[in-house]
Write a protein that binds this ligand. Structure first.
Ligand code: 2AM
Ligand code: CA
Length: 263
């Protein structure tokens, strides 16, 4: 099946699941919130949304395996795998704020080749497939052209379970606070990457993320002309729990600082 055709199917699916999440947001109560770990929240909405996605994708591409946040399906050596975060930004969702998103990617080996991020608050559907460009609600998107720290607005996510790098992380924030237009901490890594892809943000970095937080955003960012690496300049950004992403012009200056403090 062609990647473009796959994308058309997952676009519709992400919007349907987004509609479910939107309806449930007004219904959830404290009793619906479970703790997966300290500060790691989940609700029946995450789980039901994932089940909806998995059952639709099993029919779409029976040969593909699954890597999913809520673990309702698994992989066993398949070349093609779906990497799914049914609700990225669960903490935002629970607290009644945006953004939060549905993120679905298809990876070939370890390379994302198609992805959709549907941001529920602003009804924005980002999608990309390898060689097909990146799109927001049907319009082609591309990264910004900024080069210098002083012209950039950056995004990050605060560490929430692995605090080993906190000291250096705070020093890096201090540098960016002083040298850039500012930092934003949105709470959905998938959305952060798509906002870099469409030029709203100039760069994004975060550590301790999982593959499902970033897989779809990575292909969208790359197809929009962006650049992505791990903190050492390598390619281990999908499963390696470190990601630095920006437009191509700004990447050398941005990466140099992230690498200096966190690499
Ligand atoms: P999640 O909502 O799907 O879990 C933001 O920093 C990123 O980290 C999001 O992509 C979010 O994905 C993930 N994350 C997981 N647990 C988190 C938590 N307790 N606080 C903040 N972000 C969390
Ligand atoms: Ca999630």
């Amino acid at each position: 099946m062609e990647l473009k055709t796959i994308c058309q199917s997952i676009e519709i699916l992400a919007q349907e699941v987004g509609q479910f999440v939107r309806q449930e947001r007004l219904k959830i109560t404290n009793d619906d919130i479970e703790l997966k770990g300290k500060a790691s929240l989940v609700t029946y909405v995450d789980k039901n949304a994932e089940e909806m996605i998995v059952s639709a994708l099993r029919k779409l591409l029976p040969e593909a395996g699954f890597i999913t946040e809520e673990g309702t399906a698994s992989a066993s050596g398949e070349q093609l795998k779906w990497v799914i975060d049914p609700l990225d930004g669960t903490t935002n969702f629970i607290h009644g704020i945006f953004p939060h998103s549905v993120s679905i990617a298809l990876i070939d080996g370890e390379e994302p080749v198609a992805g959709v991020v549907y941001e529920i608050g602003q009804d924005e559907l980002f999608l990309a497939w390898k060689g097909g460009g990146a799109w927001l609600n049907g319009q082609a998107i591309s990264v910004s052209k900024t080069e210098k720290h002083e012209d950039t607005l950056l995004a990050t996510g605060f560490p929430y379970y692995n605090f080993d790098m906190l000291g250096n992380y705070l020093k890096l924030l201090e540098f960016f606070m002083i040298e850039t237009r500012g930092m934003r901490r949105m709470g959905s890594a998938a959305v952060d990457l798509t906002y870099v892809a469409c030029g709203r943000f100039d760069g994004f970095f975060e550590h301790a993320l999982h593959a499902w937080d970033v897989a779809a955003g990575i292909i969208i960012l790359k197809e929009a002309g962006g650049k992505v690496s791990d903190f050492k300049g390598g390619d281990d950004f999908l499963f390696g729990k470190e990601i630095v992403a920006s437009n191509k012009n700004y990447f050398p200056a941005f990466f140099q600082k992230v690498n200096e403090f966190l690499g």
